[in-house]
Design a protein around this ligand. Structure first.
Ligand code: BES
Ligand code: MN
Ligand code: ZN
Length: 484
């Protein structure tokens, strides 16, 4: 892990790369002003030639050329006014570009944003992310350290917060990027157990396939019926002595979604290792929350299985009985996420938390509606929705609330069971959410459909190609909101 520390002013620093910020219309920050003076008059001509004027998202590098004790100087544009997310993004772009510099020094955190050092640390670490383990010739980043020049007293705690959230997000990305063969449910459970440190208030209980039967996890077992690899139900419980609230997170953990007997076409299967991104977000958030020692009780529930076709697979027309006793007629085995979540949500509701939040790559419909960067938010309670919206805003993750009209409930009426698992093409994200609602009882609940933002087809600011870790930061902020 890259070492992030507070250091002396730029004038008294040295390293391989110095990153200073510039505001709109080439308004130089004090750090940039100092380097510009050292470098000399040619800098303006360089800015002209690369059309760098300090807009957010712009970046340009020049050699230190012996004028400053840095091999490279990078100018990072921040635009007119920068906020937390602007800072994460700028630091993310910087992190993606500095992989050939060992020692990086920056002034980015010196802007007028509360908690700036956290956002710079987080963005930088996420931008540095690589998933190289399956390359015979990995090209890892050589960056060893990031020094925040002239950081104040508060910076140390901010750096720690940013680093803990980055570590949780990195765990989620690693899990999502891992090929399906490398993450069968048993392996996912082993990773969950590896997060438990001695003396920590974090515990985990793993239910195997036999225990899942005893516990009546009918949705999980129904989806797992076609798979050779057995399922697992992972239940984290983080219970610090000073807990002031109780939140339960539930994450969809389909390690590969073939669609089951309602088989997906080949192209649609290509990215279906991503279908455990909800579980990955829960793992990552739990890790970060425990590391930060937040004074909140957090339960983290992840039903984990493959969705595969075979002679033993659940058939369209079969009826499953979920843990809370309700029955679901399975008409499309590719609508499997809601089946495993039904068990997870039932389990969460039994614990009677103040709030349940589930995270799932649930519907293509939601990705179609909101695109690749925005998650869908559904809730049975306006206060819960407001809390999640505010948390997502603080986290810099975009979510948009969608409605759950009661009159759509009839779209999932079944002729023989309590409900069916598909509601037709129109409003597909909504009918999925309406099914989930049946399993939370009266507990305030929010559902995040992250089918769009869970993975990215390109690298942009701190977002790298592949799994994004979307949801980790929002879940951490939700937990933190109870601690305030
Ligand atoms: N895992 C998919 C949803 C998905 C699609 C996530 C694309 C990410 C990208 C889910 O299990 C699924 O297959 N949903 C179906 C539901 C339908 C059969 C009612 C869908 O969205 O088509
Ligand atoms: Mn599916
Ligand atoms: Zn799925």
């Amino acid at each position: 892990m890259i070492d992030i520390t507070a250091g002396p002013a730029v004038e008294d620093s040295s390293g391989d790369l110095l990153a200073v910020h510039v505001f709109a219309d080439r308004t130089l920050s004090p750090g940039a002003e100092w380097v510009a003076t050292q470098l000399g008059d040619w800098l303006d001509a360089h800015f002209d030639s690369v059309e760098f004027d300090g807009k957010a998202g712009q970046m340009t590098s020049v050699p230190g050329a012996g004028s400053v004790p840095f091999g490279t100087v990078t100018f990072v544009g921040l635009g007119d006014e920068v906020d937390a997310e602007g800072l994460r993004r700028a630091a993310g772009s910087l992190g993606r570009s500095t992989c050939k510099a060992k020692k990086v020094v920056t002034t980015l955190h010196q802007v007028d944003v509360d908690g700036a050092a956290e956002y710079v640390s987080l963005g930088f670490l996420l931008g540095q992310y690589r998933f190289d383990k399956y390359r015979t010739e990995p090209k890892p980043s050589v960056t060893e350290s990031l020094t925040l020049a002239r950081a104040d007293e508060a910076a140390t705690a901010e750096i720690a917060r940013g680093s803990a959230i980055a570590a949780g997000t990195t765990l989620a990305r690693d899990l999502v990027n891992e090929p399906p063969i490398g993450k069968p449910p048993v392996e996912m459970a082993r990773i969950a157990e590896s997060l438990i440190a001695e003396g920590s208030p974090l515990q985990v209980k793993v239910y195997d396939e036999n225990e899942s039967l005893e516990e009546r996890f009918g949705g999980l077992l129904g989806v797992a019926a076609g798979a050779t690899n057995p399922p697992r139900m992972v239940v984290f419980d983080y219970q610090p002595d000073d807990a002031v609230g109780f939140v339960a997170f539930v994450g969809k953990g389909i390690v590969f979604d073939s669609g089951g007997l309602s088989l997906k076409p080949p192209a649609a299967m290509e990215t279906m290792k991503t279908d455990m991104s909800g579980a990955a977000a829960v793992f990552g958030a739990i890790r970060a929350i425990a590391e930060l020692g937040l004074p909140v009780r957090v339960m983290g529930i992840a039903p984990i299985t493959e969705n595969m076709p075979s002679g033993s697979a659940t058939r369209p027309g079969d009826v499953l009985t979920i843990r809370n006793g309700k029955t679901i007629e399975v008409l499309n085995t590719d609508a499997e996420g809601r089946l495993v979540l039904a068990d997870g949500l039932s389990l969460a509701a039994e614990a009677e938390p103040d709030l349940i939040v589930d995270v799932a790559t649930l519907t293509g419909a939601c990705a179609v509606a909101l695109g690749p960067r925005v998650g869908g938010l559904f809730a049975n309670d306006d206060e819960a929705a407001a809390r999640v919206e505010a948390a997502a805003k603080r986290a810099g993750e975009d979510v948009w609330r969608l409605p759950m009209p009661a009159e759509y409930r009839k779209l999932i009426d079944s002729p023989i069971a309590d409900m069916k698992n598909t509601g037709g093409r129109y409003g597909g994200a909504i009918t999925a959410a309406l099914l989930l609602k049946e399993f939370v009882g009266e507990i305030p609940w929010a559902h995040l459909d992250i089918a769009g933002p869970a993975r990215s087809s390109d690298a942009e600011n701190y977002v790298t190609k592949g799994g994004t870790g979307f949801g980790v930061r929002t879940l951490v902020e939700i937990a933190a909101s109870f601690a305030e």
